[in-house]
Write a protein that binds this ligand. Structure first.
Ligand SMILES: Cc1cc2nc3c(=O)[nH]c(=O)nc-3n(C[C@H](O)[C@H](O)[C@H](O)COP(=O)(O)OP(=O)(O)OC[C@H]3O[C@@H](n4cnc5c(N)ncnc54)[C@H](O)[C@@H]3O)c2cc1C
Length: 388
């Protein structure tokens, strides 16, 4: 595809869910937007995810992460309706809730803590036992030590969602260019004036948004530290048509996410192996065994697929969202780690407000890109959220 000669208002580097959602929101607010992706948009962490929308199990405190996660969860129903209308693609959003079980007695303490936090934040976490568990699971669950129904935990098919957002963005006027690698942010006199593409072209824009997931920190020309690192996650899909659970089930070892087409996603590993691409037989066995321990009926379910993705991790497990320090016109929307599907609508609204004005959430200090300059300690937390 040939790129236009006139400068865009906004150029977004990275066409994963986060970049595409920001692009759609900026276009919806009247800006001329272009998304550049070095390969196929959506082929990064976005296609690898499980699509769980679980702010509570993602956070062990009531800090800014939980607030943003809950706010994003609240945005979801309206966002999905708007996406369906603009794209005519069904993102397969489900509000069945999640069964959180403790298989072994030591995990009961974690379950009790989760229930306490849920109550603290006005969310429901109903204890479930015996017959109710079988009924809510819709299939036989190995007798657990305890179980909760987290009614406000939802899920979406992240691949369908990305299709909906991309189609919606196109129909709203966003230009999407695949196979266009950004090799540098071009800064002149303290202002980002555009990006340099592999091949040498300079693409001018009024604003540059870096949303290249785990690869964002490696883009040259960012004049401050951006400690985004890849955290590999492997997942399986089983053909579970005969024993598909009715809702997401998660234990201390594994999560199981039923899809509309009879697949059951089993996730996920969390591996600090850099950009080491590929799946391992060991992880495949580990995930499958854990799934069977939880739902014995899966013993005969064939493995349909095994994939991996690189989550964009940060030292404090908080995303990096907002204006870049010291460079006018440069913005960040990255570092969403295990929660980029959950946080996509919130991030889009927050960036939409910065880029075009209007409504949108205030970005908490804990998410701002300049925190790694302020002090190394600010960029570290004592715990890391879990989840996807
Ligand atoms: C196994 C697994 C399970 C997960 N489960 C969940 C879950 O249940 N719930 C949840 O909320 N989150 C989950 N996540 C996390 C979620 O997938 C990510 O946080 C989210 O997808 C990040 O989106 P992104 O758009 O920032 O990055 P990506 O989807 O990785 O997109 C980045 C894009 O940038 C492009 N790019 C890279 N470099 C350049 C460049 N130089 N120039 C142009 N383009 C470039 C890439 O090609 C890619 O398309 C999971 C992740 C994994 C791996």
């Amino acid at each position: 595809m040939r790129l236009g000669k006139t400068a865009d208002d906004v150029v977004v580097a990275g066409g994963g869910l986060v970049g595409m959602a920001v692009a759609l929101e900026a276009a919806r607010r009247g800006l001329r937007v272009r998304v550049l992706d070095r390969s196929t948009p959506g082929a990064g962490a976005t296609q690898a995810a499980a699509g769980m929308l679980s702010p509570l199990s993602e956070s062990s405190d009531g800090g800014p992460f939980l607030s943003a996660g809950l706010a994003s969860l609240r945005l979801y129903p309206g966002w999905i309706d708007a996406l369906r209308a603009v794209s005519e693609v069904d993102p397969r959003y489900r509000r069945d809730g999640k069964l959180r079980v403790a298989c072994a007695p030591p995990a009961l303490r974690g379950l009790a803590g989760l229930a306490r936090r849920a109550r603290e934040f006005g969310l429901s976490a109903a204890p479930i036992d015996g017959e109710d568990l079988a009924r809510l699971a819709g299939t036989r669950v190995a007798p657990p030590s305890g179980a909760l129904l987290l009614a406000e935990d939802h899920q979406v098919d992240n691949r369908c969602l990305h299709r909906a957002v991309s189609e919606g963005a196109r129909r709203t006027g966003v230009a999407v260019t695949p196979d266009a690698e950004v090799v540098a942010v071009v800064v002149e006199r303290g202002r980002a004036i555009g990006v340099r593409l592999a091949g040498g072209d300079l693409l001018r824009a009024g604003a540059v948004v870096l949303a290249a997931g785990a690869w964002t920190g490696g883009i040259p020309g960012i004049p401050f530290p951006l400690p985004v690192r890849p955290v590999r996650g492997q997942m399986l899909a089983l053909d579970a048509r005969d024993s598909l659970p009715a809702r997401v089930i998660e234990s201390e070892d594994v999560y199981l996410v039923p899809r509309w087409d009879g697949r059951l996603l089993v996730g996920a590993t969390v591996e600090e192996v850099g950009f080491d691409s590929g799946c391992t037989a060991e992880a495949g066995t580990l995930l499958r065994d854990a799934a069977i321990r939880l739902l014995p009926g899966l013993a005969t379910a064939p493995v349909l697929d095994h994939w991996h993705g690189f989550r964009p991790g940060t030292p404090d497990a908080h995303p990096i969202i907002g204006t870049a320090p010291g460079v006018e016109g440069l913005y960040m929307a990255t570092g969403h780690f295990r929660n980029g599907i959950l946080l996509a609508p919130w991030t889009a609204e927050a960036l939409g407000r910065l880029l075009a004005g209007g409504d949108g959430p205030e970005i908490p200090e804990a998410f701002l890109p300049d925190r790694f300059q302020r002090s190394p300690e600010d960029g570290r937390r004592s715990h890391a959220p879990n989840g996807g």
